[in-house]
Ligand binder design. Structure first.
Ligand code: 3PG
Length: 203
C-alpha cells in the first residue's frame, strides 16, 4: 500500500504546525492547489491536535504524520487520525510500531545497507533522508543500478530548483519538502500563498 504513497502527487508537503488554528485552512489551501496530501510533522506540541482537526474537517486530504521517531508516536498519530506514517530513519522497533498501527508507512533510509535492511524487512517504498545532505540526486541515482527494487521519496533540502533532478530518476516516485508551507507564510495566515506554492509544486 505504500506504493500508492509515492505515486499520488509529485510533491508531498512536509508541514510544521505551530498554531492548531492553522491546521484546517492550510490543509484546504493545499487541496485547492492540487496537492491533496500532507505530512504533518510531530515536532510541535499541537501536532496531534492538528492531525485530529484535519482528520475531522478535511477528509479530502490524505493525512500523514511525519517525524515518527519513537514507537509511541506511531500509536498516537494513528489514534489522532493519521492515514500514513513517515519516519526519518528505521529501527526494528520503530518499524514494528508502525506496522502495528496497520497504516501504510514510509521508513527513512540514507545508505545502501539501510536500503538492503529495509528490503529484507519487506519494504520497497522508502523515504530517502536527508536527501541533499546525504548526497542528493546523484547519490540516489547511483543506488538504482545495484538496488533496483527500492523506490524513494527523497526529502530534506529539496526545493523548486532541485526537485526536478530527483523526479527525473527511475527510483523516485515523489519528493517531500517544506518549501510549500514556509513558517513566515503560515504565521501570516497567507493561505492564498500556500495555494500558489502548492499549485506550482503540483505541476
Ligand atoms: C523532513 O522532515 O522530511 C524534512 O525536515 C523536510 O526537509 P526540508 O525542510 O528541508 O524540506
Amino acid at each position: 500500500m505504500t506504493a500508492s504513497l509515492l505515486d499520488r502527487v509529485p510533491v508531498i508537503p512536509v508541514v510544521v504546525v505551530d498554531d492548531v488554528e492553522h491546521a484546517v485552512p492550510l490543509a484546504l489551501a493545499l487541496v485547492a492547489g492540487g496537492l491533496p496530501v500532507i505530512e504533518l510533522t510531530l515536532r510541535t506540541p499541537v501536532a496531534l491536535a492538528a492531525i485530529e482537526r484535519i482528520a475531522d474537517q478535511v477528509p479530502e486530504i490524505l493525512l500523514g504524520a511525519g517525524t515518527v521517531v519513537a514507537p509511541e508516536h506511531a500509536k498516537d498519530a494513528a489514534a489522532a487520525g493519521a492515514q500514513f506514517l513517515v519516519s526519518p530513519g528505521s529501527t526494528p522497533t520503530l518499524l514494528q510500531a508502525m506496522t502495528d498501527t496497520g497504516l501504510p508507512h514510509l521508513p527513512g533510509v540514507a545508505t545502501a545497507s539501510e536500503v538492503l535492511a529495509a528490503l529484507e524487512a519487506g519494504y520497497t517504498e522508502l523515504k530517502f533522508f536527508p536527501a541533499e545532505a546525504a548526497g542528493g540526486a546523484p547519490y540516489l541515482k547511483s543506488m538504482h543500478a545495484p538496488i533496483a527494487a527500492a523506490r524513494f521519496c527523497p526529502t530534506g533540502g529539496i526545493n523548486p530548483d532541485n526537485a526536478a533532478s530527483y523526479l527525473a530518476l527511475k527510483n523516485v516516485g515523489c519528493v517531500g519538502g517544506s518549501w510549500i508551507t514556509p513558517a513566515d507564510v503560515l504565521a501570516a495566515r497567507d493561505w492564498d500563498r500556500v495555494t500558489e506554492l502548492a499549485t506550482a509544486a503540483s505541476q
